[in-house]
Ligand binder design. Structure first.
Ligand SMILES: Nc1ncnc2c1ncn2[C@@H]1O[C@H](COP(=O)(O)OP(=O)(O)OP(=O)(O)O)[C@@H](O)[C@H]1O
Length: 801
């Protein structure tokens, strides 16, 4: 205790002190710090005190802005300091190092004006030994430690300093002096002599500081994260760019695309008008924001333009012999078709000018139109592209939409060229006979533009809006019938007919082409399945009696599918033999069981031959009578021409009835009903005239017509038999249905030459000029002699026995 009161001689503190006003913050006792002295009066104070004891008083100005302060403007509690070192600065100022010793309180000013001097009392800490103070100082130290750990401002040195301070009051003083607190608060702490109170105040400030610090940290962290993220992205992007550059890849999507377009436009042989437009578009593209919707539109447009085959096509190079071989290899029969195609190709080779050639392949579904088209492409060594215009109502499908429409696309022609990447491909346009028209324009006129050699040199697609020469494209169009093809289109085409197959041909096509193709489609080997000839013929007769091969192909596929399943399930052992008797098991009951001859075995029925979109077909016409009022009724979806034809048949039958021993009142006392079964299929045309008359006459006479006969021919009102179309198809149909005797109009006799020998074989043809001749053949001996024979020279059997 005695030791504590011993004070070093140089620290015996005087009652009177010169005072230096501080405008910053108060300086607490127990601190060693530099202090800048700039005012003249203050320097004088320093000098004076240096000459005596070296002690000065430091007191805080109440208002930091005070210019030349007087004593009363100072806080009354200050700190006495010992000047340790004085350094005079070259600019006339002064820097002193001071060690602060103790608090004082101004009792009275000796001089109010500067240099201010005052009589002072020194103040001691009070209440600094209690347990609370000890606890508080521990708490202070802990808090401070935490604070300094989280904040680099409180350096290591400061931390050490604190640990070495043993006096509780000094700990509080030291912490206050380094905390970031307002000067007034600091002054208040300076004035607090009760150590416990002082410490409590300081603790609050530490807490505030900690809060501040944690907020600061949070902000700092957020900023760091943001910076880090953007920096990270930036660096990654830069790195990616560098990698791409190294690999020679485009550096960003847009510039990559731009570069690609640029290179292509520079190298492609574009016509002048095209080049100008494309350059303009590319310029626009380069200035566009990649996120703008227009950007995609322009990019797609440029992409379409540069993807088109602008290069002049190489001259056609094919050998006729080779072409023939390819056609032969791909197709069975079709000799006439192949011949026509070879002729067409020969002219092409001689003429060198390949512009404006259009082949139109007409025939029933499945007769091989598509496959012939593909074969032509193969023979000419050209790309093949096929699209259908069936049901098309909008000309934009052919000519494209204007680019102003959302989702606009080029038409089929340009799309096709883009796909085949060749200027002289074969384009097959299917179902040209089924094109529609609507308010969206007439696709047939657009097609005319495409096909017309005068116009297609500079074909202009709406989307592209640039001329493109498509005259080097070889167009092949297909149709089931020529009737509905617009005349101007038809005039420009070279029509080649495929007329359908007879049983023998179907069997040959099936075994050579359809079955091998179907086998490989079903993963079967040739050695695993064997069809007998009877089976092949059974399919043709009972399941696929139409002109083409479609249903035949489907039937074969069905059989193969089932075989494949059974082989996998090990229900069958290869090789599997398919005979006629097995067909029902694989294909269920036959579709065509009923024999035509049986259908037509009652009076009032007659077998006609028809020619529809599905090829040639047979037509059984039925008539019945009911006693009652006279009348005539027709059913069976007849078109208007056919209805007229029926009317003529009725009138003419009535007219000649008397000559065939028909009761005079038969037509007056009976209602006659004429019907064509398969009523769901629309039928039209005049060629059933003689058949309807034959049916009515059979009804009227009550006699069956002679079996085995089929017929076709238009009937005029006075009984002449007029020529018809599609004879070949009709004959094929008759043969398919095993009808051997065919009555045809005499003028059609010349068409018989077109019918291949193998089709005609075994058939008899009866060319006729008059209806009476027909009836002579079908109802022999019924007509009154003399009258019926009138004018008959023909009606004789003609054909190959
Ligand atoms: N003479 C033939 N020689 C070889 N295979 C043929 C012959 N005729 C038709 N085929 C085959 O018959 C199937 C049907 O022919 P394709 O698809 O060419 O008929 P299509 O006339 O184009 O029919 P659609 O009018 O329905 O398009 C094909 O598998 C085809 O190879």
């Amino acid at each position: 205790m005695a030791e504590k009161n011993i004070i070093p001689a140089d620290q015996i503190l005087p009652n009177k002190l010169f005072i230096i006003p501080l405008n910053g913050r108060p300086i607490f006792p127990g601190i060693f710090t530099p202090l800048m002295i700039s005012g003249q009066e203050d320097m004088e104070v320093v000098n004076k005190s240096m000459e005596s004891n070296g002690l000065i008083g430091l007191a805080l100005l109440k208002d930091p802005e005070t210019e030349s302060p007087v004593g009363s403007e100072l806080h009354s509690v200050g700190t006495v300091a010992k000047i340790v070192k004085r350094i005079n600065l070259p600019d006339g100022g002064m820097n002193i190092f001071i060690s602060t010793l103790k608090r004082f309180k101004i009792k009275k000013f000796i001089t109010q004006e500067q240099p201010i001097s005052a009589a002072v009392d020194y103040l001691d800490d009070i209440n600094d030994q209690s347990d609370e103070v000890k606890a508080l100082s521990r708490a202070l130290l802990t808090e401070m430690k935490q604070l300094s750990e989280n904040n680099p401002i409180f350096s290591e040195e400061v931390r050490l300093n604190m640990i070495n301070i043993d006096h509780p009051g000094k700990i509080a003083d030291f912490i206050t002096s380094i905390l970031n607190i307002k000067r007034e608060d600091q002054q208040r702490i300076l004035e607090t002599l009760d150590v416990q109170q002082r410490m409590e105040q300081v603790l609050i400030f530490i807490k505030k500081e900690q809060e501040l610090l944690s907020i600061q940290k949070k902000i700092q962290q957020q900023i760091n994260e943001k910076i880090e993220k953007s920096q990270r992205e930036y660096f990654l992007k830069e790195e990616l760019k560098a990698i791409k550059k190294e690999l020679g890849m485009p550096v960003d999507a847009k510039s990559g695309e731009y570069q690609r377009f640029r290179e292509l436009i520079d190298t492609l042989p574009l016509p002048e008008e095209v080049r100008e437009t494309v350059e303009r578009e590319l310029e626009k593209f380069s200035l566009m924001d990649p996120n703008a919707s227009e950007f995609i539109v322009t990019r797609n447009y440029l992409d379409t333009v540069v993807s088109l085959p602008w290069e002049e096509p190489k001259p056609e190079d094919f050998e006729l012999e080779k072409a023939r071989k390819i056609l032969d290899a791909d197709h069975y029969g079709l000799d006439e078709v192949k011949e026509r195609i070879i002729e067409f190709l020969a002219v092409r080779k001689l003429k060198k000018d390949t512009k404006g050639s259009i082949i139109c392949l007409v025939g029933a579904p499945g007769v091989g139109k598509t496959s012939v088209g593909k074969s032509i492409a193969r023979a000419l060594n050209k790309q093949f592209f096929r699209f259908s215009v069936g049901g098309m109502r909008d000309e934009a499908e052919i000519k494209g939409h204007r680019r102003t429409y959302v989702g606009a696309m080029p038409g089929k022609i340009i799309q096709g060229l883009k796909i085949v990447k060749s200027r002289n491909p074969v384009f097959m346009i299917d179902e040209i006979d089924k094109m529609g028209a609507s308010y969206q324009g007439d696709p047939s006129s657009a097609l005319l533009e495409v096909l017309d050699p005068e116009q297609n040199v500079s074909f202009r697609d709406n989307y592209l809006d640039l001329p493109f020469d498509i005259s080097t494209v070889l167009f092949i169009v297909t149709a089931n019938t020529l009737d509905t093809i617009p005349r101007p289109l038809l005039d420009r085409m070279e029509v080649i007919r495929l007329s359908g197959y007879i049983e023998q041909e179907k069997i040959a096509i099936a075994s050579k082409y359809i079955i091998p193709k179907s086998l490989s489609r079903h993963g079967l080997k040739k050695s695993q399945v064997r069809f007998t000839k009877a089976a092949l013929s059974g399919i043709a007769v009972n399941y696929a009696r139409e002109a083409g091969m479609r249903n035949y192909e489907k039937a074969v596929d069905k059989i193969h599918r089932k075989i494949a399943t059974r082989l996998v399930l090990k229900e069958l052992e290869p090789p599997v033999k398919i005979d006629a008797a097995d067909l029902e098991e694989y294909l269920s009951k036959p579709i065509f069981r009923e024999d035509v001859k049986k259908q037509a075995a009652v009076p009032g029925t007659a077998v006609g031959l028809a020619w529809t979109n599905f090829g040639g077909d047979i037509l059984v016409i039925e008539a019945v009578s009911n006693p009652g009022k006279e009348g005539f009724r027709i059913t069976g979806q007849m078109g208007s021409v056919m209805q007229e034809s029926a009317g003529i048949a009725y009138t003419y039958s009535r007219h000649i009835a008397g000559r065939y021993k028909v009761d005079k009142s038969f037509f007056e006392k009976n209602q006659i009903h004429l019907h064509i079964p398969a009523g769901a299929t629309p039928k039209d045309g005049p060629s059933a005239g003689i058949t309807m008359t034959a049916a009515l006459m059979s009804l009227a006479t009550g006699k069956k017509l002679k079996a085995d006969f089929a017929m076709t021919g238009e009937l005029s009102l006075v009984g002449n038999v007029l020529p018809i179309g599609g004879l070949k198809e009709k004959v094929i149909a008759a043969r398919r249905n095993r009808l051997k005797k065919i009555i045809i109009p005499k003028p059609n006799e010349r068409d018989l030459d077109e019918i291949p020998e193998k089709v005609r074989k075994g058939l008899s043809f009866y060319p006729v000029e008059r209806m009476e001749e027909v009836l002579d053949l079908l109802l022999p001996g019924v007509g009154t002699d003399g009258e019926t024979k009138a004018g008959t020279k023909s009606g004789k059997k003609k054909g190959t026995p």
